[in-house]
Design a protein around this ligand. Structure first.
Ligand SMILES: C[S@@+](CC[C@H](N)C(=O)[O-])C[C@H]1O[C@@H](n2cnc3c(N)ncnc32)[C@H](O)[C@@H]1O
Length: 374
């Protein structure tokens, strides 16, 4: 680390406040995901604390922001998330098509299969809360596309489809609804006043346009770098491979419900009831501390000497432990495990418009902690 802590802090704050709209890689916007790390922050951490050719592991990768920034900055990547939706998005980002033409010919080849699939689908198997979001004909088309894309492991196209699943704009597939979390907005846009928002929507045309948007701004990517994506419980993961750095933002002690908030997309991926998944991936305070303690111990075994453990955290406060989340993790790594030194710490205020969640403001600040192994 050649820059001083003070200059790194200044640079880090600049990444937190600068807008990435219109400048980040368009694959980052393939589909929404709550609690995403800003791509500029991911890039900052990767470029300042790791080097080209390193192996970076993100055990809680969510939408794959850190893995994609790591790969596009010349690093090898191991990514993991227990949420099936996060797994699909990360696969899409780490194995994107090389050109629009390549995807377009895949779409053309799949179209007849989709038409055939529609005739086989059983409308009775679709729960009412799901069908409430769509025109009947659109719904069957979406379902058929999802089935064919899953069968072909076409993660990029599947992510594009999930990215246009619900919203109120013309390029999306549902009746008027919010985008990140699925809520119908039929009161704001009643059918009598907005009949066009309740008409059938052709899936293929919208999918093609979405693909163009997703590929609009792409980096040069090195296909020879290693990329692996898992869909496992991070606290159970151990590899033979030595890791140069863990870079991750763990779930914030039940502040976000990663399954509930993605329930409609998860239903299409085969998760009929989001609740059991949330019990694990959106853990309450003490469960979270238990999970993260196991993780930190496991990471100690795989991070090479001199390697880094970089955590990007909300500043939740644990009343039970009388400590903030960064303090808890620092205590485990430096005092309990004992093989790590804290080499950089910086707290930044989250701008109001980036705070999450209905009905409460969420974290007011975020902290990055960088530990180096002896
Ligand atoms: C703060 S989010 C990560 C966001 C990510 N950095 C991004 O930019 O999208 C935390 C993630 O941890 C995942 N998660 C929670 N518990 C997990 C576990 N035990 N194993 C693996 N993933 C888990 C959640 O599904 C969620 O995607």
């Amino acid at each position: 680390m050649s820059k001083s802590a003070a200059s790194l802090s200044k640079l880090f704050d600049a990444q937190c406040t600068k807008s990435v709209v219109g400048s980040e890689w368009s694959l980052h916007q393939i589909a929404p995901y709550i609690g995403k790390v800003k791509s500029s922050i991911a890039k900052f951490l990767i470029e300042n604390f790791t080097k080209k050719g390193d192996v970076i592991y993100d055990p809680f990768c969510g939408a794959g922001t850190i893995p994609f920034e790591a790969w596009s900055s010349g690093r090898n990547v191991i990514a993991n998330d227990l949420n099936d939706y996060a797994y699909v998005l990360t696969k899409a980002k780490l194995f994107p098509p090389s050109s629009f033409d390549e995807v377009y010919s895949q779409i053309e080849a799949m179209e007849p299969l989709v038409s055939e699939k529609i005739t086989e689908l059983n409308r009775g198997n679709i729960p009412e809360w799901v069908s409430a979001f769509f025109h009947d004909k659109t719904l069957l088309e979406v379902l058929a596309w999802v089935e064919i894309l899953k069968a072909n492991e076409s993660w990029f196209l599947l992510s594009c489809l999930l990215g246009i699943l619900h919203h109120q704009r013309p390029g999306f597939l549902s009746f008027p609804s919010s985008h990140t979390v699925p809520y119908l907005r039929v009161k704001k846009f009643p059918k009598e006043d907005f009949p066009e928002l309740y008409e059938y929507r052709n899936v293929k045309d919208r999918l093609v346009k979405k693909v163009k948007r997703a590929l609009k701004r792409s980096p040069n990517l090195n296909e020879n770098l290693e990329r692996t994506v898992y869909n496992e419980d991070a606290s159970e993961q151990l590899f033979q491979t030595q890791i140069d750095a863990v870079i991750t933002s763990p779930p914030y002690m039940r502040q976000l419900d990663y399954a509930r908030d993605n329930r409609l997309r998860l239903w299409f991926l085969g998760v009929e009831d989001y609740r059991p998944l949330d019990a694990t991936i959106s853990p309450k305070e003490l469960d979270f501390i238990d999970i993260i303690s196991k993780c930190l111990n496991n990471w100690n075994d795989i991070i090479r000497p001199g390697g880094k453990c970089i955590l990007f955290l909300g500043d939740n406060y644990s009343k039970k432990l009388n400590l903030t989340l960064p303090e808890i993790l620092e205590d485990i790594l430096v005092k309990k495990i004992g093989d790590f030194n804290l080499i950089f710490k910086h707290e930044s205020i989250i701008p109001t418009n980036r705070r999450v969640r209905r009905n409460h403001v969420g974290n007011k600040s975020e902290t990055v902690l960088v530990f180096q192994k002896d």
